[in-house]
Write a protein that binds this ligand. Structure first.
Ligand code: F6R
Length: 620
């Protein structure tokens, strides 16, 4: 969470900072701020609310300078307020910084610094870092052993961050050293963009697009020392680190809404294309299998894998559940789906031949990254299924598969989910064909996968029907979502989508579990969404649906085109194309995305920026 930008060079820094903050706003939008250095002083402008509100403030109170930092906040410690907004000032203004991450020992440090006379103006953990560096700077200056003030400042940062427990991406300016920008990373991503006589800093590559193609990603414990004419990379324990310059692969961020009112709707309608992109070049008709360029594992080793762990958070965790069913069915390999936030601290037994996949849209989710690192540390092959090229998880994984879904800007994940499911289907096919899956079975899966973009196009035609259903139920305060087998994770995902953007309480369940408790929630005001396309246990799902109707619960069914019987039972039906069972999540999830979107709109919610959420969860 939280977006960071920085600039040092000949231009006015503010232009890059504000543009970068707009691009990073998906990481948090509780408040925003900038600090610009000019003529021996640092001017700070910060404001609760969106980046646009900061831009308005700066119009009235302009700031200038060739070095600057900026921040867009997702609040962790301290409510969203002007005082808690970044940048924060340390000491008597000699240090100004922005921070992403969580300083876990902030209370202890705050007490110590208060005793030393430092005055805190915010409730944030970040302000501790600002005063700590200012204090260290004072100590270093007293020692008077270093040749330049710049070097003293850098050493103050090195010493201060050693006292911090937790995670940080820090960008720091020093009032008395014009043109010096210091950045430090532990757990929260930072990337330096190399320009001609200028350098850019950002917490992910999106602000750099269009400014430079050469980037250096900071590793944990590294410190970047940046001036207009040079950039050094150091290890926090001293000594310089080699800079691994990478070419930025990202295309310009597509922020054009086109005919759509919101990114979420645009991204829902992009799914025929994003699924096509996930499949492109990965279907091998001759061998009836899937091909991946970046797994980086030799077939011998892959053939010996006896267990797969899929780890993820949120929507990506739901796609992992679909992946479990797919891989176990096609490849007959036992699969465990683990919440990354649990796996990172758990110690589940894993065989020597367990392979781990971290599934993530952003590639920056702190828990997923930590779980992946823990598995890697134990020596397991650890791969990523990831959308964001160059993200920390993509870089640190041993190999992986990109989604190629294009940037997902709406905070509620939509196209990333269906792309993840598509890639997991390819993975199941690939692993299956290494084992028991026959050639004809492989061919059949390939031909069905090829049809999916068109099937999704057809599915999207349900939008008018969805709008009607939304109008009927948008005032409900509780929803239940139910599905079985491949549609159980879809039920979870449908409930999550509704919760996060319309703030309606919703629960997803395997339909047959309902009678073990949740059935008590059924009443005339609680709609149940049944995901009930034709499948091997369709009659069983119908019985579950009848149990709800018997208790006068309204039922919205997601059913296959041509299923007239269900219309007699359900209050409302949204039809989707008939596809094989294992591909159903790709079509049944779409009306649920649209339903949550429409309900949120009718309730006047901000679908692209739902309250309390951020697109990229980079804190624990
Ligand atoms: C829900 C949503 C979140 C993310 C979760 C993991 O719509 O977007 O639940 O799925 O925060 O994010 P990634 O996939 O970036 O690791």
């Amino acid at each position: 969470m939280c977006g960071i930008v920085g600039y040092v060079g000949p231009k006015q820094a503010y232009d890059y900072l504000i543009e970068g903050l707009f691009r990073l706003e998906y990481r948090g939008y509780d408040s925003a701020g900038v600090a610009l250095q000019q003529a021996g002083q640092i001017d700070v402008r910060k404001k609760t609310g969106r980046v646009s509100q900061l831009a308005e403030l700066v119009k009235v109170q302009p700031v200038t300078g060739n070095a600057g930092i900026g921040h867009t906040r997702w609040a962790t410690h301290g409510e969203p307020s002007d005082a808690n907004s970044h940048p924060h000032v340390g000491g008597n203004g000699e240090v100004v910084l922005v921070h992403n991450g969580v300083i876990e020992n902030y209370a202890l440090l705050r007490d110590k610094l208060t005793e030393l006379g430092y005055v805190f103006r915010s409730a944030t953990d970040t302000e501790v870092a600002a005063h700590l560096i200012a204090h260290q700077l004072e100590e270093e200056t007293k020692l008077g052993s270093d040749p330049t003030l710049a070097e003293t400042c850098i050493q103050a940062v090195e010493k201060a961050i050693k006292k911090i427990k937790g995670t940080y991406g820090l960008a720091i300016l020093f009032r008395d050293v014009p043109g010096l920008l210091v950045a430090a990373r532990l757990g929260s991503p930072l990337v330096v963009g190399i320009g001609k006589g200028e350098y850019y800093l950002a917490s992910d590559a999106s602000p750099l697009v269009g400014h430079t193609e050469e980037v250096v990603y900071l590793n944990d414990h590294e410190i970047a020392v940046i001036t207009a004419d040079q950039f050094q990379l150091r290890h926090q324990n001293g000594g310089s680190n080699a800079k691994h310059i990478k070419v930025l692969e990202q295309a310009a961020v597509d922020t054009d809404l086109g005919e759509f009112e919101h990114y979420m709707l645009k991204e829902i309608f992009e799914q025929p294309t994003s699924i096509e992109n996930a499949l492109r070049g990965r279907l091998d008709d001759d061998e009836a299998t899937a091909v991946f360029g970046g797994l980086n594992m030799d077939p011998q080793k892959l053939r010996c894998i006896d267990r797969i762990v899929l780890t993820a958070c949120g929507t990506s965790w739901h796609s992992a559940l679909v992946g479990e069913y797919l891989i176990e069915e096609f490849a007959r390999i036992p699969v465990e789906v683990e919440y990354a936030s649990e796996l990172r601290y758990r110690n589940p037994p894993m065989t020597d031949r367990t392979m781990v996949f971290a599934i993530t849209q952003s590639g920056e989710t702190a828990d997923t990254l930590a779980a992946m690192r823990e598995c890697k540390r134990k020596g397991h092959p650890t791969l990523a299924i990831c959308n964001t090229v160059g993200s920390t998880i993509a870089r640190e994984a041993d190999g992986g598969i990109y989604l190629h879904a294009g940037p997902e800007i709406g905070v509620a994940s939509t196209k990333a989910f269906t792309s993840q499911v598509t890639v997991l289907t390819l993975l199941a096919l690939f692993m299956g064909r290494m084992r028991n899956l026959s050639y004809p079975a492989g061919k059949r899966i390939i031909s069905h996968l090829r049809e999916m973009p068109d099937k999704i196009r057809q599915t999207l035609k349900c939008y008018d029907a969805v709008k009607e259903v939304a109008r009927k139920y948008y005032t409900a305060e509780n929803f239940l979502y139910m599905g079985r087998l491949y549609n159980f994770p879809v039920a979870l995902e449908g409930a999550l989508k509704l919760k996060e953007i319309s703030y309606i309480h919703a629960e997803g369940y395997p339909a047959a579990e309902m009678k073990h408790g949740p059935i008590a929630l059924i009443d005339e005001d609680t709609p149940s969404v049944f995901i009930a396309p034709r499948c091997g246990i369709y009659p069983k799902v119908m019985s579950n649906l009848q149990e709800v109707k018997a208790r006068r619960g309204p039922v919205i069914a997601i059913a296959c085109e041509g299923d007239d019987k269900i219309a007699d039972l359900a209050d409302d039906v949204i039809y989707v194309p008939d596809v094989d069972e294992y591909l159903q999540p790709l079509v049944t999830s779409i009306p649920l995305q649209l339903l949550s979107y429409e309900i949120a709109i009718l309730r006047g919610c901000n679908v692209d920026r739902p309250r309390n959420l951020a697109k990229s969860v980079t804190v624990e």
